[in-house]
Design a protein around this ligand. Structure first.
Ligand SMILES: Cc1cc2nc3c(=O)[nH]c(=O)nc-3n(C[C@H](O)[C@H](O)[C@H](O)COP(=O)(O)OP(=O)(O)OC[C@H]3O[C@@H](n4cnc5c(N)ncnc54)[C@H](O)[C@@H]3O)c2cc1C
Length: 414
């Protein structure tokens, strides 16, 4: 965000909604809200440097079918078409034991079960679109330092160009990440569960063609995934014990490839090349109440989970889609969009999906921790059963695709 499309006037000014945090979720919310005609201010702390930003680095993101609809409906998806890799098949196995589950796009008459995009590409596309949108004002680099509710509004204080400013809005969206200072200042109850595991993430090139297949291997340390990517590269997500992570990352390329190969096996032939390694400690952050005082937490500020389930951004996008329906309806009916009723309606609308998705991710991380031969054979039998019962498989696929009972407007075909 080195070139904000409009600069902020000094001192007090107003917008319908101020979004704090211009990561993927803050930007997605800004664009979606601009489509319903609201005036948005987006305040982001860190400016883009050399086309890169820590909130959208080179991690590979699995974008499920519901999120694809959202990106299509806010006009971003076609800008990304040359950077997408389709997932045509998914193969799930229990490492060292029998039993697999296989999903194929062709079984559901689809071209792809999901798509893969580099976070950096998505972030830059959102940036460009925001720059062309009249009713979004970006203030960056700028840091929100405080806020207070006043009569029928919220006053948000921030520092930009070494000068203190404030803005008055009806509603504030806190998209300020997993360590959200806004959440802390609001005193919202937060639960943090550490898995004592670390995800090592890198690109690996295998000898054989990946054939657009994603692999998920369930091990007693947690899942390991291989995701198809451009130029036959694969995104490799490897869950290890937190106290072993640093030593594994520091291995030279040959030794790292050898260990990764032992972990994954030879289904894609020999691993021949590895890229830069990054690591992410794995934990689960849950916030039972995400609304207070004209403020709604969204994205990682509201829930943060292990990347092994590839659900963090996908869930946040469904939350944003719900938010748009609720705010649009309040706005059309000339109601206060920051009222406690709107906040309550939002919390009620997202509770079920969030609880289910967070539970699924937590189960994936915890269930396979128990390494016991009897339990292992039950798991293997479970995988075999799931693979053979088509309605159970379809139900799982539908949920992983992000479609639940209620479909919000931005997740519908338009
Ligand atoms: C390795 C990895 C792989 C992943 N893979 C997937 C996947 O396949 N599918 C999926 O759905 N999800 C995936 N995720 C999760 C996804 O990346 C996150 O859910 C998403 O990026 C969270 O975005 P966010 O905008 O909520 O938070 P952040 O990216 O943390 O952004 C918060 C922003 O707020 C700004 N900020 C903070 N405080 C202030 C302040 N006071 N004033 C102004 N600005 C402030 C920060 O500078 C930052 O830019 C993955 C995550 C990781 C780590």
């Amino acid at each position: 965000m080195t070139k904000p499309n409009k600069t902020s006037p000094r001192n007090h000014f107003t917008s319908d909604i101020t979004i704090v945090g211009g990561g993927l979720v803050g930007m997605a919310a800004a664009l979606a809200l601009s489509k319903i005609g609201l005036k948005i201010h987006l305040i982001e702390h860190i400016a883009i440097k050399d086309d890169s930003h820590p909130s959208y680095d080179d991690r590979t993101l699995v974008v499920n079918r519901a999120s694809i609809r959202f990106w299509e409906n806010i006009g971003i998806w076609k800008d990304l078409s040359s950077d997408l890799t389709p997932i045509k098949k998914v193969h799930v196995s229990n490492k060292g034991h029998f039993g697999t589950v296989n999903f194929k796009a062709s079984d559901y008459n689809l071209d792809a079960l999901a798509n893969i995009i580099e976070a950096k590409k998505l972030g830059m596309a959102l940036q460009n679109k925001i720059q062309q949108t009249d009713n979004i004002t970006v203030v960056c680099p700028a840091q929100v330092t405080g806020f207070d509710t006043i009569t029928n509004a919220i006053k948000i204080d921030y520092c930009h160009d070494n000068t203190n400013h404030s803005i008055i809005s009806q509603l504030m969206l806190a998209a300020d990440g997993a360590q959200s200072q806004i959440r802390k200042k609001l005193g919202l109850e937060t639960h943090i569960k550490s898995y004592q595991r670390t995800a090592i993430i890198c690109n690996i090139t295998p000898e054989n063609k990946h054939d657009f297949c994603a692999y998920e291997r369930l091990t007693h340390l947690g899942p390991t995934a291989i995701l198809p990517f451009v130029n036959n590269r694969c995104g490799f997500v490897w869950t290890v014990n937190e106290n072993k992570a640093e030593a594994i990352i520091q291995l030279n390329d040959q030794d790292f490839l050898k260990k990764a190969q032992q972990q994954f096996g030879y289904r894609l032939g020999k691993f021949i090349k590895v890229g830069k390694r990054s690591s992410y400690p794995l934990y689960l952050v849950t916030v039972p109440k995400q609304v207070k005082s004209r403020t709604i937490l969204i994205g990682n500020a509201a829930h943060s989970m292990s990347p092994v389930s590839a659900q963090g951004l996908n869930l946040a996008i469904r939350d944003v889609a719900n938010l748009i329906d609720i705010i649009d309806s309040a706005n059309v009916n000339k109601q206060d969009i920051g009222s406690s009723k709107v906040l309550k309606d939002y919390q009620n609308a997202v509770n079920y999906d969030q609880n289910q998705t967070l539970k699924y991710t937590d189960d994936l991380m915890s269930w396979f921790k128990i390494n016991n031969p009897i339990i292992n054979s039950f798991r293997s039998m479970g995988l075999v059963a799931l693979d053979n019962v088509s309605h159970l498989k379809f139900d799982l696929f539908t949920k992983a695709s992000g479609f639940r009972d209620k479909t919000t407007k931005l997740l519908r075909l338009q």
